[in-house]
Design a protein around this ligand. Structure first.
Ligand code: ZN
Length: 295
């Protein structure tokens, strides 16, 4: 620009420009490093999140989320200790759940994560049913939780928990069903194993949480002693997001931003499972994957 002579610039303007540059640098850094205490997300995170970019990807799909335990369980011993059918044997209705050393209870954690995940799923068109609507009641019992998924014809159910393991153990794991003692859940084993595998990948990628180092096999356990899995007739897994007795895990579990990432990881896994499975028939189960249902 010919004849241009720089004018004197106010120090306040310079201060403002410097602040904007600092903010821009900070935002650019966050794109590569989402949190100071977390590792950068792996490339896997981007690929598992792809289905979510389509806002209609889950339209017409029905999902049940089961936040473990309930806020009133701890003071309702006789109600939650009564025995209910668990798929070939009887087991207590429910338990009070675990809590961190600082007193953050599992029931509050599971309800918060389930509520966050439900919101994300609904925003992508899914119909979501929670097995409980608040965090102050008692129950429902484990058999009723399974029946809610069955009655809804859910295409997938995730029961959300946090473990109360040994303090030196850390990490998350997904629990997939083994054949129940009464043989009733044979039709969901294959599909549930696939859901467990996808959820393990998506949850780890979204949260940076390690796979459990104190039980299971590389983040997966397979069990036949859980009524909620034994009585399910639709694909279902439990997710133990971390160990509430471990200081590192407890810190993450108690962090609302981490819980949001946990919810995103659950949603990523469900979306990956549903978009790669055929739409359900009358029962809602992806029959092409699960195989024929048994009695
Ligand atoms: Zn639990």
């Amino acid at each position: 620009m010919p004849g241009y002579t720089p004018r004197r610039v106010s120090p306040y303007v310079l201060l403002g420009v410097a602040s904007l540059v600092a903010i821009a640098v900070a935002l650019a850094g966050m794109a590569f490093w989402p949190g100071s205490s977390d590792p950068p997300r792996s490339p896997q995170a981007a690929s598992t999140a792809v289905p979510l970019r389509d806002p209609h990807a889950l339209t017409g799909r029905t999902i049940v989320l089961d936040p473990g335990h309930n806020g009133g369980n701890g003071a309702a011993g006789s109600a939650i200790n009564r025995l209910v059918d668990a798929g070939g044997f009887q087991k207590e209705c429910d338990t009070a759940g675990a809590e961190t050393d600082a007193g953050y209870p599992e029931h509050a954690f599971t309800f918060d994560v389930a509520t966050r995940a439900a919101g994300l799923l609904r925003s992508r068109g899914a119909t979501v049913i929670l097995t409980r609507d608040d965090d102050t009641g008692v129950g429902p019992c484990v058999d009723e939780r399974a029946r809610i998924g069955n009655a809804a014809g859910a295409e997938a159910v995730v029961s959300i928990h946090a473990d109360g393991g040994p303090p030196e153990g850390s990490g998350f794991h997904v629990i997939a069903p083994a054949a129940s003692p009464d043989g009733g859940n044979g039709g969901i084993l294959t599909a549930s194993a696939r859901l467990a595998d996808l959820l393990r990948g998506s949850f780890g990628a979204a949260t940076g949480q390690r796979r459990a180092d104190y039980l299971g096999d590389d983040g997966i356990t397979v069990r036949s002693d859980l009524g909620g899995l034994n009585l399910s007739r639709v694909p279902k897994v439990f997710l133990e997001c971390g160990n509430m007795h471990n200081p590192g895990d407890a810190g993450r579990i108690s962090d609302a931003a981490w819980r949001q990432r946990a919810a995103e990881g659950i949603v990523d896994g469900l979306a990956a499972f549903l978009v790669s499975a055929p739409s359900g028939g009358p029962s809602g189960a992806p029959t092409g994957v699960a195989g024929p249902a048994t009695g």
